[in-house]
Ligand binder design. Structure first.
Ligand code: ADP
Length: 508
């Protein structure tokens, strides 16, 4: 069967899932850092262009200033200064021409910017800006202004040369010089306007770029956060879902519901634990069955020979009554007493191992159940002069085995009585919306707090066999029966002051 993409993701091991989460976050953070790096570089190139424009216009103004000065002083140094300042826009002009070629020579472009007095560290960024973004409207417009500026400033060179020629002539004509000088101011004014336009366009462009970059960074950061959050939530959900399912199933098994199984959601480590746990429960059921069968067969098969021993010993004692010596009679009585105890033990074991087979809920009258128990114990009750105080008990849905609970609790209440004290047993019941809580109270020898749990474990006994004979099965049996009903059993007691056994039966 073809597994879906989601299922295949779920089946990936937890280690890989965690690596994947951290790895994705790392990649996204690297992407964000690269974007940031790119943004800072681009903005710094725009800033470099703005300062280059400052150098360009300052050089242009100085060139004009020196040309005008040259006209006044006729000093050759001033004309040289004019030429010198004109190198700046000329260098930038060279770079622009080169960069707008389809395959520009970058060395030539760099040399042009160096001539334009641009800081060497800014040059590559500026070249990249022109090449990468010349399609962007702001850059495109700035380049157009720059081109126009180049063509206007170019007019200053022939003008300067003519002024120089006139001044260097034997008889410079003032009128011609005046005419030539008059042409400078309109060029200057035109250039000032273009310079403003260039700065304004770049300013607009950098604000636009800043805006885009901020949005881009915000989008990348949001993607990092959301992706990280989603991956973390989905990975941790799949882990906790699997663990919760295992906890649910193990709790049910621990409570005795051996049909509980953990759903397997994925084939990762948690899925494997769920599968193993399910196998373990199935194995436990098998072992329990085998053990129950063994206990049943063993106790059942023991009954037969034990009955023969007991019957023959009884017959023998009766037949030879008065003819046996005192020792033989005592030995026979001991045999009979032991076999009776063993029969009781085997009966308890058989009841215990049979529990859970063929039982069905039916409506039973608890008053009647208790009366039957009292009837069966009639002799013991009379012998011990036990006083019984019994509440009106309910008629309710329960298993037949509930009678055994009353039987065990009442017989223990009598058995563990205080010497020379009349046993008093009180049986009561309380009802709430969902549960009946029964209590069986005695005024017997009591139980220490440390043993409250232990007495419900099979074969655990607190008292000596001679004084209080028993199998140690009774209370374990009661616990199993009550749990079969979905209820609980516990004891509250104090040594020397009696015990109260409580058990609950949910109302169905
Ligand atoms: P047993 O066959 O010994 O009665 P149970 O499982 O019925 O076995 O009881 C376990 C042990 O719990 C008893 O051996 C006894 O030590 C203690 N016990 C049970 N019921 C009482 C009680 N009503 N008063 C004092 N001790 C009790």
């Amino acid at each position: 069967m073809k597994r879906s993409f989601i299922q295949r993701l779920k089946d990936v091991s937890i280690t890989k899932k965690l690596y994947f989460t951290v790895g994705t976050m790392a990649v996204l953070i690297v992407v964000e850092l690269l974007t940031l790096w790119f943004a800072i570089h681009t903005l710094s190139s725009v800033r470099a262009f703005v300062s280059a424009e400052g150098l360009w216009s300052k050089a242009q103004k100085d060139a004009v200033l020196h040309l005008k000065k040259y006209n006044r002083t006729h000093n050759e140094k001033d004309f040289l200064a004019f030429q010198n300042f004109m190198q700046v826009p000329l260098g930038d002009h060279k770079t622009r021409i080169e960069l707008l070629k389809p395959e520009p020579n970058l060395d030539t472009a760099r040399a042009g910017f160096l001539q334009g007095r641009i800081h060497p560290d800014d040059i590559d960024g500026m070249i990249n800006l022109v090449r990468r973004f010349n399609q962007i409207s702001y850059i495109n417009k700035a380049i157009a202004v720059w081109t126009k500026g180049d063509s206007v400033i170019a007019q200053l060179i022939p003008l300067g040369n003519e002024i120089h020629k006139e001044i260097s002539s034997v008889n410079p004509s003032n009128e011609k010089l005046h005419q030539l000088m008059n042409a400078i101011d309109p060029i200057n004014e035109q250039l000032t306007l273009l310079e403003d336009d260039f700065s304004y366009t770049l300013g607009e462009g950098s604000r636009w770029l800043e805006n885009i970059i901020l949005k881009l960074l915000f989008a990348v950061a949001l993607t990092v956060e959301i992706t990280g959050l989603l991956i973390t939530i989905s990975v941790s959900r799949s882990i906790t879902k699997g663990l919760n399912e295992i906890r649910r199933a193990t709790t049910k098994v621990a409570e005795g519901d051996m049909t509980a199984r953990a759903k397997v959601f994925s084939n990762d480590e948690i899925g494997e634990v769920a599968i193993t746990m399910n196998k373990m429960t199935a194995q436990l059921i098998e072992s329990n069955k085998e053990l129950g069968q063994f206990a049943y067969i063993a106790s059942h098969d023991l009954q037969e020979p034990l009955r023969s021993i007991s019957n023959y010993a009884d017959l023998f004692q009766k037949e030879y009554k008065g003819k046996l010596d005192e020792n033989s009679d005592r030995y026979l009585s001991a045999i009979l007493k032991s076999t009776a105890r063993m029969q009781l033990l085997i009966k308890d074991m058989l009841d215990y191992s049979r529990l859970g087979h063929d039982h069905q809920l039916c409506k039973l009258d608890c008053n009647q159940l208790v009366q039957e128990v009292l009837q069966e114990m009639n002799l013991l009750i009379e012998e011990t002069k036990t006083k019984l105080i019994i509440d009106e008990l309910p008629v309710m849905d329960c298993y037949n085995e509930l009678k055994l609970v009353f039987q065990n609790l009442i017989s223990n209440a009598i058995k563990f009585r205080k010497p020379d004290t009349q046993p008093i047993i009180t049986i009561s019941v309380k009802k709430d919306d969902s549960t009946f809580t029964f209590s069986v109270k005695d005024n017997g020898i009591g139980i220490e707090k440390n043993y409250y749990e232990r007495i419900f474990v099979i074969f655990q006994r607190l008292h000596n066999q001679k004084e209080f004979p028993g199998s140690g099965i009774g209370l374990a049996h009661c616990k199993k029966i009550i749990e079969m009903h979905g209820g609980e059993i516990w004891v509250e007691s104090e040594p020397g002051r009696g015990s109260t056994f409580y058990f609950t039966i949910p109302i169905t």
